[in-house]
Design a protein around this ligand. Structure first.
Ligand SMILES: [Zn+2]
Length: 369
């Protein structure tokens, strides 16, 4: 197992996004994308007692830990999100950094209830949507906002978040998620109404599941909450036969390999199930989760797939197709991406069942959006 930490260079010029590959980021948290220099400036303005600390070091995890420790690190940056103008700036810079990383699309998720305490959820969501729209306009990279409910929050608070997300549907918000500590709050029943509210507004539904809880948790996220995508899902592969259930339903798994190492969802990158998912015919899409905490942005995660997990050109191309199908975007964006993939000089990609040894009879389930 090789673990490489790479510094994130926000000053890097925007990479050209041409050619056959698409780099689509479907799992990334606003709270994990604060630039250290922005953190320092905001901390000084807020008069935080530790404003002069080394923010790059303060934000990044030193070593793999567990989900609770990982989240404590993420939450420690929450004071930086305490004003609307900071939220807007951090969101805009997140989009700029993703474009500089060579990404073609960023779905940026965040939990509005954690920010601007006692504040107006609509205003918090609007501020992030403004930042994302500005970043997208400046970089010409499309981006969307996914609003997250939080496992540790009261049911009524999460339903208020869902209603606010629903009001912002079509105005920057494209999806709804459940995030937070699955280890401490594993059960999903109490989020059913929140997901129903978001789903009826036309938002795409995803859910962090089977990251710290057994694989069955991801089945419940689909059956109870209506999720069409699963965040992480690392433990699905530990239960024999369970992957077929996801293949049959065309559910995409948002894999974030380096994050999974840092949260203890996998013991080593060699153990990461992304390749097993792909070879079984499960839709695999990619995210970088909290790149400031792990030091690894999406382009690096794509390298991890290739170098550590054995993804070849065919599997990378298949992942791009699955990402196009699973992204919470409008149909014209999806068509544009499909045209790009079709016209690319990529590998001559046969149906997955023909290119993998154990693909089973499930190729047909992969057709359609
Ligand atoms: Zn996540």
């Amino acid at each position: 197992m090789r673990l490489m930490i790479v510094a994130i260079d926000a000053a890097r010029p925007i990479a050209p996004r041409t050619g056959g590959t698409l780099l689509i980021n479907l799992h990334s948290h606003l709270e994990g994308r604060v630039r250290p220099e922005t953190a320092a400036q905001v901390a000084r303005e807020l008069g935080l007692p530790d404003a002069d600390r080394d923010w790059a070091q303060a934000l990044q995890l030193e070593r793999p830990a567990d989900l609770t420790e990982y989240l404590v690190k993420v939450v420690s940056s929450f004071p930086l999100f305490s004003r609307l103008d900071y939220l807007e700036r951090i969101a805009r810079e997140a989009v700029e950094d993703a474009a500089a990383d060579g990404e073609d699309y960023l779905e940026l998720r965040f939990g509005p209830a954690s920010h601007v305490s006692g504040g107006d959820l609509d205003a918090v969501i609007a501020a992030v949507c403004r930042g994302v729209a500005d970043g997208a306009a400046a970089t010409r990279m499309p981006a969307g906002v996914v609003v997250a409910a939080l496992r540790s929050d009261p049911t009524e608070a999460n339903e208020a978040v869902a209603r606010a997300a629903a009001r912002a549907a079509g105005r920057g918000v494209v999806g709804f998620d459940l995030a937070g500590d699955e280890k401490r709050f594993p059960e999903l029943e109490r989020y059913v109404d929140a997901f129903a509210i978001a789903g009826s507004a036309g938002l795409g539904l995803t859910c962090h599941a089977a990251e710290a809880a057994p694989g069955r948790a991801a089945v419940e996220a689909v059956e109870l909450l209506g999720a069409t995508r699963i965040g992480h899902g690392a433990r699905i592969a530990r239960e024999p036969g369970l992957m077929d259930w996801f293949v049959e339903r065309g559910i995409a798994i948002e894999v974030c390999p380096t994050s999974n190492l840092y949260t203890g969802a996998v013991d080593s990158l060699d153990d990461h199930p992304a390749a097993r998912f792909a070879r079984a015919g499960v839709r695999v899409v990619l995210g970088d989760d909290n790149p400031r905490q792990t030091g690894s942005m999406l382009s690096r995660e794509a390298e991890v797939l290739r170098e550590d997990l054995g993804f070849d050109d065919r599997l990378m191309h298949r992942m791009a197709e699955d990402s196009v199908a699973a992204a919470f975007v409008d149909e014209s964006t999806r068509r544009g991406w499909r045209d790009r993939l079709a016209s690319a000089d990529g590998p001559d990609v046969a149906p997955l069942r023909d290119v993998v040894a154990d693909g089973g009879e499930n190729g047909a389930a992969r057709a359609g959006g």
